[in-house]
Design a protein around this ligand. Structure first.
Ligand SMILES: [Zn+2]
Length: 76
């Protein structure tokens, strides 16, 4: 997705914007069992494919990502 090609339909119609969408109250909530459980992430980059509508969201808050590695279940 970040290279400009949609992983779902292979179209090169991917658009990106920092905080381009609002999921929830002006941010994206990443739930972890700590004191920031209810705090929204403000820095997130969104990618949308204008051919099929698929979208991806990347959290750019390094502290939040670090907290996720401690609290979430790693896949694989
Ligand atoms: Zn697509």
């Amino acid at each position: 997705m970040k290279d400009g090609t949609c992983p779902k339909c292979n179209s090169a119609t991917v658009y990106s914007r920092l905080n381009g969408m609002s999921l929830g109250d002006g941010g994206i909530h990443v739930y972890i069992s700590s004191e920031w459980a209810s705090k929204a992430v403000r820095g997130s980059r969104h990618y949308i494919c204008t051919t099929c509508g698929y979208f991806e969201v990347y959290i750019e808050d390094k502290a939040k990502l670090e907290a996720v590695t401690k609290d979430w279940t790693k896949i694989g």
